[in-house]
Design a protein. Structure first.
Length: 257
């Protein structure tokens, strides 16, 4: 199995390295690139942390670094930095349900960090994403699997730039969402539900571009540890999604460099 499927390229590392914490106290950190490659291997294969190959160092180092940097907001800042200059002329929103594996389905009862719920597919988590006109993520959010897309969209609407064309399917057809987009100078290109008495302007041509967000979810799920949720904590699962999303941005920027 080729290592290149998991490991950072030289170009990726040149972008990521300056964005990592650089104030080291005490004993110098184990090589950051090697550790991140170990983290990527774990989520790309969907394997337990303990199965990370020895070439990436102790698996405890990979796990502890991943969690510590999640708590410090490193993965958030990485995605924010590489996506800062996104083109907001066209944005689109959607969600994708992720089955929770039995190994990840045993957090403490009442834990607010669960983001797991019952739906037709069993115990699931929903990834809610807002992407730009290239299908690159600019906003990410998790919810229980049975949560309403319309309700959960509120957490991502603040990311929508003024004057944007906003694409979404019928699940997002609500007066509140339309009003929010239009008050910001944008155009909500959302097909109306059948029970709507009032009609709305709608472009079928623009709506075809919504397949870009489906492609984003498809690329994300190339990582088996994201196509199925093995993590008990929702914040760890979301942090991994942001790390892989940052790689999509870096790859897109490299192709246009």
């Amino acid at each position: 199995m080729s290592r290149r499927r998991f490991e950072l390229t030289d170009f990726e590392w040149s972008v990521i390295e300056p964005l990592l914490p650089n104030k080291v106290r005490g004993v110098p950190r184990v090589d950051d690139r090697r550790v991140i490659n170990g983290i990527l291997w774990r989520f790309r294969t969907g394997s337990p942390w303990a199965d990370i190959p020895e070439r990436y160092g102790p698996y405890t180092t990979c796990y502890n670094r991943f969690v510590r940097w999640r708590k410090a907001g490193v993965w958030d800042r990485l995605l924010s930095s590489v996506s800062a200059a996104f083109d907001g002329e066209l944005v689109m929103i959607d969600s994708s349900s992720i089955r929770v594996h039995q190994h990840g389905a045993t957090p403490k009862k009442g834990d607010p960090n669960r983001c797991m719920g019952r739906s037709r597919g069993g115990l699931t988590t929903k990834i809610h994403a807002l992407v730009d006109g290239r299908g690159l993520p600019v906003g990410l959010h998790l919810s229980e699997g049975q949560a309403s897309d319309c309700r959960e969209a509120v957490a991502l609407l603040d990311v929508v730039p003024p004057g944007s064309t906003f694409l979404a399917d019928k699940a997002y057809d609500s007066d509140a969402i339309r009003a929010r987009i239009e008050s910001n100078g944008g155009f909500a290109n959302i097909p109306a539900k059948r029970n709507r008495r009032k009609g709305f302007a709608f472009s079928a041509f623009l709506y075809r571009y919504r397949n870009l967000i489906e492609r984003f979810f498809g690329k994300l799920k190339h990582a088996r540890g994201l196509a199925t949720r093995y993590d008990k904590r929702a914040d760890n699962f979301l942090a991994a999604i942001k790390l892989f999303s940052a790689r999509l941005w870096i790859a897109a920027n490299e192709s246009t460099a």
